[in-house]
Design a protein around this ligand. Structure first.
Ligand code: FES
Length: 98
């Protein structure tokens, strides 16, 4: 039987945890791309992180934190543009490169 410490080591996958850091080194399937054809953003919870997957108008995919780093607006309501996803509140742009 696993100890509490061993169990946490093998089951915690959030940022900064040993297993979380290992799993982030590998591709993880999170959705079918066709799901972004009708509506270009999708909220996801992956390995303890709240994220938004989006498809910009050039067809590039991006995965970013759910809440805008400026004033914490939910970026699932972001506006897809040629260069990325624009925050609907003050207009900060989040591209697919960083
Ligand atoms: S809240 Fe997103 S740009 Fe201000």
């Amino acid at each position: 039987m696993l100890s509490v410490k061993e169990n946490e080591l093998l089951t915690k996958v959030g940022p900064g945890t040993p297993l979380g850091e290992l799993m982030r080194r590998y591709w993880q399937p999170v959705t079918a791309t066709a799901e972004l054809d009708d509506y270009p953003t999708k909220e996801l919870r992956i390995m303890g992180e709240e994220l938004v997957l989006f498809k910009d108008r050039k067809g590039h995919y991006g995965l970013i934190e759910k809440f805008c780093s400026h004033r914490r607006v939910n970026l699932a309501y972001g506006i897809p543009e040629e260069e990325g996803l624009r925050c609907p509140y003050h207009g900060w742009m989040f591209n697919t490169e960083s």
